[in-house]
Design a protein around this ligand. Structure first.
Ligand SMILES: C[S@@+](CC[C@H](N)C(=O)[O-])C[C@H]1O[C@@H](n2cnc3c(N)ncnc32)[C@H](O)[C@@H]1O
Length: 299
């Protein structure tokens, strides 16, 4: 009883401290017993508390939304706001800050003829190569170093996937005239760590259009890779989730009260599926056999 009261008090105090923006995020990255590195709570955390936020390392709008979603932060264009279109009409910027932030790599992007690469991706419905292409432009412009994703875990790749990636790299290579294994290494990291970004509707109109979008087309505004959020392992009954409000700026939130030392886990997939479907998607898409409590109990 006292323990319960003390935990509630600590959670409330911690939530108040977090709301004041006091102190570093209450998390640390450490080795788990069976899932590589993971994220752990360094103090009790209250349900609903925002643990930390994160800016993407690299992001890209969904190809069909290049004129609707900001090239840099993935914010959706407001109904009447058409001023941010790039002069060549190839993309949209929501603000001068986003345009300035992207100036260097957008310049590199614009100089190359991406038609073959883009056609290849659109005919196969590929999204992640666009992020590798964005990263290549960022590296060339000097915005990031070529090994900036190196610390993230790469996906286990099948021979078929490798062959597909080599095909894509040939197109990227012929565009940039640069050789190397860089593309495959980068894409392997993007595959395992990318988030599909669905913005939370912020108005009634947004709510209506997203309801339509979820039927008519992809509800995601784009994809992004982050540093710290990439260390969160998966759980089919997660205690943490990642949310986006109006842009790719992410917030990690506790879904329930969490004890100090507990591992923080998010759900990578639609958790409403049955155990066999979840196991299949996690094995095929992410290359691991989920050993979370829910899967182990067969639920
Ligand atoms: C986004 S990374 C998470 C961080 C990763 N553990 C690391 O060391 O960088 C995803 C990888 O973590 C491991 N992983 C995540 N959740 C898991 C789970 N529930 N069971 C087993 N392995 C898991 C898998 O190797 C998966 O490919």
């Amino acid at each position: 009883m006292f323990h319960h009261f003390r935990r509630r008090f600590l959670c409330t105090a911690a939530a108040a401290a977090a709301a004041r923006g006091a102190g570093p995020p209450p998390i640390r990255v450490a080795l788990t017993e069976s899932s590589g590195r993971g994220v752990f709570a360094t103090r009790p955390i209250a349900a609903g508390e925002v643990l930390h936020s994160a800016q993407p390392l690299v992001s890209h709008p969904s190809p069909s939304l290049l004129h609707e979603v900001c090239y840099s932060c993935l914010r959706r264009k407001a109904g009447s706001d058409g001023d941010g279109d790039d002069s060549s009409g190839s993309c949209y910027f929501c603000s001068d800050a986003c345009r300035e932030h992207s100036q260097g790599f957008h310049g590199v992007d614009k100089k190359a003829d991406w038609s073959l690469f883009d056609d290849h991706c659109s005919s196969r419905g590929l999204k992640y190569p666009h992020m590798a292409k964005r990263l290549a432009c960022m590296v060339i412009s000097g915005a990031v170093s070529a090994d900036c994703l190196h610390i993230l875990q790469p996906a286990r790749l099948h021979q078929g996937t490798l062959t597909e990636m080599e095909e894509e790299f040939a197109l990227l290579d012929s565009t940039f005239r640069k050789a190397g294994e860089w593309y495959i290494n980068v894409l392997a990291r993007i595959r395992i760590n990318a988030f599909r970004i669905e913005l939370v509707a912020s108005s009634y109109e947004d709510l209506l259009s997203s309801a339509v979008a979820s039927v008519a087309c992809d509800a995601a505004v784009g994809n992004a890779v982050y540093m710290l959020p990439s260390f969160y392992n998966h759980d089919c009954d997660p205690n943490t989730h990642i949310v986006w409000l109006a842009s790719a700026y992410a917030r990690l939130k506790a879904l329930r009260n969490i004890e100090e030392g507990e591992e923080l886990r998010i759900c990578y997939i639609d958790a409403s599926m049955d155990v066999n479907a979840r196991q299949r998607i996690l094995a095929d898409g992410f290359g691991f056999e989920c050993r979370c409590q829910r899967c182990l109990s067969g639920d």
